[in-house]
Design a protein around this ligand. Structure first.
Ligand code: GLU
Length: 474
């Protein structure tokens, strides 16, 4: 056996890839990349009632969007049920597990009497030493593992430290139901072993399962993988993460206009840190990540931080790359498809030229769409209320003069040439520069705010600029 690191992400396909799941996937992926190992993907679809193909597809799509690639084909846990059954039966042969024929009614009585004594419901081991021949004819038994009765089970967790579980709290739990189906607890252990998983990284809601799962590893004589149980994500107010806090599927974050890289950066910093570094590229996260540095305390999800971080990533990114992401994301943004439909080569070139100005003012791709909308507007432009006010009264007269000044530009149509012409006109007419720029902006984009008006003129080009202005003075 090689000592290559093998991690896995093991989602249950009962809904979208939510933000907590994405972070678990990210930590597994980062650790695998950091160590030169692999990350495998296992779809935990044993719960046939709640698992759907649509959810599996949404999870794969979410991971792909984030760039969290897995090695090999995804493994279906459900398809491995025969193997889970075989291991359970082997444990019976080894004397480490046994058939239990307790009826539902008997189990209910057991639970009731435990409750009456204020104890957690525990199986009392009544079939542990009984001979299966004592079972009613035709009764189908469930297989229970023989859990150790005394001492303690210690989970050596890379995040939580040594976590001790008194064995008296681990009863003989079921590994194979009487209908022949494995329990989740058992399936996970058999799969992790067979898939050669060396490192388990998952939410700390699975920490108590880890103790039970160790009982199965020990019974089979298998090595227990390294364990890292990472704290769950809470809302900014410290309460458990709900929809209101951001417990959404990752596709909702795509629709809100976040960049995958920024979301990954944000998720990585939820519960993990590397010195004071806040802004990290993917390569830096890979270089720096270690599960040993994950905090024990719950992390708090904060939309404002995510948004600010997204803005930073947008500004840092080179424009061609940002344009690519922008174009690929358009189908998922509310007003994106309308823009995508009109994105010809000319407009792409205009967009690229406008990006440096636009990205200074946008924290998300949604805001970028808003900012870029002027490029895609059809003449005559719809003019919003504030812009209309700027075009009233003296504004229109000033605009008429500005039109003439711009029209007189004889050399190249550039931001600098436009600025020189407008400054000269303002000076000559005794207008403040703003008094000219404002109606100009209103005519060019139909709104009162935009990137620098001279950049807008340059990006739109001579013909379109003059035509938009003329529309407002005739
Ligand atoms: N399927 C489990 C979940 O989605 C994960 C189990 C595990 O990682 O061991 O919570």
């Amino acid at each position: 056996m090689s000592d290559k690191v093998v991690t896995r992400f093991a989602p249950s396909p009962t809904g979208f890839l939510h933000i907590g799941g994405a972070r678990t996937a990210l930590f597994n992926w980062l650790y695998a990349k950091h160590t030169g190992g692999k990350m495998l993907l296992r779809i935990e679809d044993t719960d046939r009632e709640r698992s759907t193909d649509a959810a599996t597809a949404a999870i794969l799509d979410g991971l792909s969007w984030l760039g969290l690639t897995w090695d090999g084909e995804p493994v279906s846990q459900f398809e491995r049920a025969p193997r889970h059954r075989a291991v359970a039966e082997e444990l019976v042969r080894l004397g480490k597990a046994y058939y239990c024929y307790a009826t539902p009614a008997e189990l209910e009585v057991m639970r009731e009497s435990a409750r009456a004594k204020g104890l957690p419901p525990r199986y009392d081991g009544r079939w542990r030493d009984r001979d299966p021949s004592e079972a009613a004819v035709g009764a189908k038994g469930a297989i229970r593992i023989k859990a150790p009765a005394d001492g303690e089970t210690v989970v050596h967790d890379r995040v939580q430290g040594e976590v001790r579980f008194p064995n008296k709290d681990l009863d003989d739990f079921i590994i194979l139901r009487s209908d022949g189906n494995p329990t989740y607890m058992h399936a996970v252990v058999v799969d992790d072993h067979d898939m050669g998983i060396t490192h388990i990284i998952r939410g700390d809601d699975h920490l108590t399962n880890a103790a039970r799962q160790m009982v199965i590893y020990r019974a089979m004589g298998w090595d227990v993988p390294s364990m890292s149980h990472i704290p769950l994500i809470h809302g900014a107010d410290g309460a458990k993460l709900s929809k209101r806090h951001g417990a959404l599927g990752v596709e909702a974050y795509r629709a809100m206009g976040y960049l995958p890289e920024a979301l990954l950066n944000y998720l990585a910093r939820l519960g993990w840190s590397h010195g004071d570094d806040e802004i990290m590229s993917i390569a830096e996260m890979i270089a720096w990540f270690d599960t040993g540095d994950v905090n024990k305390g719950a992390a708090r999800f904060d939309f404002a931080k995510l948004e600010a971080l997204n803005g930073v990533h947008m500004r840092r990114m080179n424009d061609a790359e940002l344009l690519d992401i922008f174009i690929n994301t358009l189908p998922y943004l509310e007003s994106g498809p309308a823009i995508a439909a009109r994105l010809d080569d000319t407009r792409k070139a205009q967009l690229l030229a406008a990006l440096p100005g636009l990205k200074e003012r946008a924290k998300t791709l949604v805001e970028l769409v808003d900012g870029a909308a002027f490029l895609f507007a059809e003449r005559p432009l719809p003019i919003d209320e504030k812009a209309a006010a700027l075009l009233g009264g003296e504004g229109r007269e000033i605009l008429r003069g500005a039109h003439a000044a711009l029209k007189a530009i004889s050399g190249d149509w550039t931001a600098a040439a436009a600025e020189a012409a407008i400054r000269e006109y303002a000076l000559a007419g005794g207008h403040k520069l703003g008094a000219v720029a404002q109606p100009l902006r209103a005519a060019l984009i139909g709104k009162s705010t935009s990137p620098g008006v001279f950049d807008v003129l340059a990006v739109l080009g001579r013909e379109e600029s003059l035509a938009r202005i003329a529309d407002q003075i005739d």
